[in-house]
Design a protein. Structure first.
Length: 110
C-alpha cells in the first residue's frame, strides 16, 4: 500500500510490517498500518478535517528527530527505540478535531 501523504519522504525498508520514512533533514518516522487506517477512516467520514490532520502529522515529523505514529502507545507493534510515540487521538486533539473511531463488528459493545 502506498501512503500518498508521505510520498515526498524517502521510504526506508527495514521491516515488512511498518512503514519507515526519512526526511531530507534526517528525521525518521514510522507509521503503523492501523494508524494509517484511522487516517483513511477520517478522510472518508470527515473529509473537511483531513488536511488539517495531515498538516499536523507533517508538523510533528519536522519537530521530532524520531517519531512513531502508532495505534496504541502502550502496545506498539515494534520497539521504536528512542522514538516519541503518537496515537491518532494525539494528532486530532492537537488540531481540535474530535473523531471517534467506532469501527467494530457489532452493537453489543454498548
Amino acid at each position: 500500500m502506498n501512503y500518498e501523504e508521505f510520498e515526498n519522504y524517502k521510504e526506508i525498508t527495514d521491516n515488512k510490517f511498518v512503514k519507515k520514512f526519512q526526511t531530507v533533514e534526517g528525521n525518521e518516522f514510522y507509521i503503523e498500518p492501523a494508524f494509517y487506517t484511522q487516517l483513511m477512516g477520517l478522510q472518508e467520514r470527515y473529509p473537511e478535517n483531513y488536511l488539517k490532520v495531515v498538516e499536523e502529522i507533517h508538523r510533528q515529523i519536522k519537530a521530532n528527530k524520531h517519531i512513531a505514529f502508532v495505534y496504541d502507545f502502550e502496545n506498539p507493534f515494534l520497539d521504536y527505540g528512542e522514538s516519541i510515540l503518537r496515537e491518532f487521538v494525539d494528532i486530532t486533539d492537537a488540531v481540535k478535531v474530535f473523531y471517534e473511531d467506532k469501527s467494530r463488528g457489532s452493537d453489543y459493545g454498548d
